[in-house]
Design a protein around this ligand. Structure first.
Ligand code: HEC
Length: 171
């Protein structure tokens, strides 16, 4: 009898421990990540921005009226639609339908970008925390209008959309 009681108690304690464990894991994922981890993700996004900006600058430097279509394909392959961590977003006659804002962050960021303002947010996307940022883009080069024929021949100071990055934040 004592043994049965002891076993029942043991099972009770085990269930309790597992229950509390799972609840705290589940709740833990709802809490925003700690600021140190956000700062690291932010630094990663700075590195990523510099890399992408260098790549785009290289492409613009090489763009001539003769290779516009190849340049467009090159940029489209780099900004592969399956990659949600880096996107070119805009609403002024976008070259690809996929480049329209896709969620609340992108809608808000695009609206701000058209006024020349950057935007950042730490938020959950599909149960994962991300540092998200948007860098407004202006028609700052003559080459923009070679590919984006709706834009005036630059450089002009018109804001036309944004480069949007997201970096997973560790917990
Ligand atoms: C060599 C051609 C080329 C040049 C030059 C170019 N772009 Fe683009 N741009 C593209 C392509 C291609 C896309 C679509 C990428 C994709 O597939 O998501 C794009 C996308 C964009 C978008 C997202 C909305 C849209 O139109 O699809 C913005 C905003 C943008 N570019 C701004 C600029 C600006 C500003 C410049 C000049 C500083 C520039 N681009 C120069 C080819 C170019």
């Amino acid at each position: 009898m004592r043994l049965r009681k002891l076993v029942s108690f043991g099972i009770f304690v085990l269930v309790l421990v597992i229950g509390v464990g799972f609840t705290s894991i589940a709740r833990g994922y709802d809490y925003p990540p700690p600021p140190q981890q956000v700062a690291i993700a932010q630094q990663t996004s700075d590195l990523m921005l510099n890399t992408l900006f260098a790549a785009l600058t290289q492409e613009f430097d090489e763009t001539t009226p003769d290779n516009v279509e190849q340049g467009k394909q090159s940029i489209s392959l780099i900004f592969n639609d399956h990659n949600k961590d880096m996107r070119l977003v805009g609403t002024i006659n976008p070259l690809r339908e996929n480049d329209r804002p896709r969620d609340n962050f992108e809608r808000q960021a695009n609206a701000l970008a058209l006024a020349g303002q950057a935007y950042t947010s730490v938020q959950q996307v599909d149960d994962k925390w991300y540092y998200r940022r948007s860098i407004p883009l202006s028609n700052f080069r003559a080459e923009c209008a070679l590919c984006h024929v709706n834009l005036p021949t630059g450089p002009t100071s018109d804001w036309v959309g944004a480069l949007m990055l997201r970096v997973p934040v560790k917990r």
